[in-house]
Write a protein that binds this ligand. Structure first.
Ligand code: NAD
Ligand code: TDX
Length: 331
């Protein structure tokens, strides 16, 4: 199989490429990545010999057409992915997430290629803390932020291209990922690297907000299950029953790193901050037989802390600029 992975130098995409090289030697991987602030060649260094990296933009129709023509399957991870950035400057989100997805869809339509679209549970908006409900594939779209609204827009383009043009596509909407190679702007790596640097972790608002954490390896085994066995035109929700509130996550990081569990600060809340996400992954589990490999959030988090301790050279170049951006926002 010739596989085109967009955004393969980012967090989830690079983990997907590592997993693919490790577990599927029959797959020939090409990565298309613009190497924005969030993409890093170094994230692909361990597989540099096995993978072709093309530096380019998913909204560049010529590059996309050429690469799609040479692929059998396209898995589209590339996106602007950080909610806080989307509140400061939404345009790159509209361009990459909406125009970029449109550009890929036109190419897979032209060349009749199998396409898998990576999306997020944030397209469904948020849930109340005391609501027993979880998101299902039938939950209406109700995005809150510029980021999630552009992801929702891109999902709807995919659905329309399937229905109107017969494009062979599937969609997955996953909950919050954690693991190695995640940018230090994101919640868990930010707090781990803060503790390494002697900075107190920063909790937005009350810290009651709940995220449904899944290890990035589990997200990626689910993506493979859908690419191989998913039904065309269907949406699969990916999650591993990992609901934890932010305050508990910070306390756990502090404990695992040998600090007092109350050694954190409350900072300004994020405008429009979604309260709770929760995924019902029954369809993925029952239809495709997927189960997560990571049983315990605590163990996965401890391994992630170890990875950041051992790989300071990977994250150090981003740290100061990231914290300077947060300081301007009072977060
Ligand atoms: P990331 O920000 O770490 O990586 C994004 C990658 O896309 C980077 O390598 C970047 O250089 C590349 N990119 C950005 N704009 C591009 C463009 N115009 N052309 C080509 N490449 C471009 O993001 P991530 O956390 O790895 O997320 C990957 C995908 O998974 C996104 O589609 C995101 O919406 C989705 N997702 C993420 C999570 C999560 O918890 N991180 C959860 C669910 C879904
Ligand atoms: O310093 C922080 N303190 C804090 O309390 C940061 C950076 C975040 N938070 C909170 C905000 C959220 O409730 O932690 C939670 C997680 O924040 P992020 O890591 O920014 O993730 P989130 O906004 O939940 O979105 C993530 O999951 C869904 C990804 O960034 C998205 O790409 C994905 O779609």
């Amino acid at each position: 199989m010739r596989l085109l992975v967009t955004g393969g130098a980012g967090f989830i995409g690079s983990n997907f490429v590592h997993q693919t090289v490790r577990e599927r030697p029959d797959v020939d991987v090409t990565v298309l990545d613009a190497l924005t602030y969030a993409g890093d060649r170094a994230s692909l260094a361990p597989v540099a010999e096995e993978v072709t990296l093309v530096e380019g933009d998913v909204a560049d129709a010529e590059t996309v057409d050429r690469l799609v023509a040479d692929a059998d399957v396209v898995v589209h991870f590339a996106a602007e992915s950080h909610n806080d950035n989307s509140l400061s400057n939404p345009w790159p989100f509209v361009r990459t997430n909406v125009v970029g997805t449109y550009t890929l869809l036109e190419a897979v339509r032209r060349h009749e290629k199998r396409y898998h679209h990576i999306s997020t549970d944030e397209v469904y908006g948020d849930l109340e803390l005391d609501d027993p409900a979880k998101f299902t594939p039938e939950t209406p779209y109700n995005p809150s932020s510029p980021y999630s609204s552009t992801k929702a827009a891109s999902d709807l383009l995919v659905r329309a291209w399937v229905r109107s043009f017969g494009v062979q596509a599937t969609i997955s909407n996953c909950s919050n990922n954690y693991g190695p190679y995640q940018h230090v702007e994101k919640f868990i790596p930010r707090q781990i690297t803060n503790v390494v640097d002697g900075i107190r972790p920063k909790l937005y608002g009350t810290g009651e907000n709940v995220r449904d954490w899944i290890h990035v390896e589990d997200h990626n085994t689910a993506v493979w299950a859908i690419v191989e066995r998913g039904r065309i035109g269907e949406t699969y929700l990916i999650g591993a029953d990992g609901e934890v509130d932010n305050k508990t996550v910070v306390e756990l990081i502090l404990e695992l790193m040998g600090q007092s569990p109350d050694a954190y600060d409350h900072v300004n809340d994020r405008p429009g901050h979604d309260m709770r996400y929760a995924i019902d992954a029954t369809k993925l589990r029952d239809e495709l037989g997927w189960t997560p490999r990571y049983g315990s959030f605590r163990d996965g988090l401890a391994a992630t802390i170890e990875w950041y301790r051992a790989n300071e050279a990977w994250w150090r170049p981003q740290k100061d600029a990231t914290e300077a951006k947060y300081a301007q926002l009072g977060r």
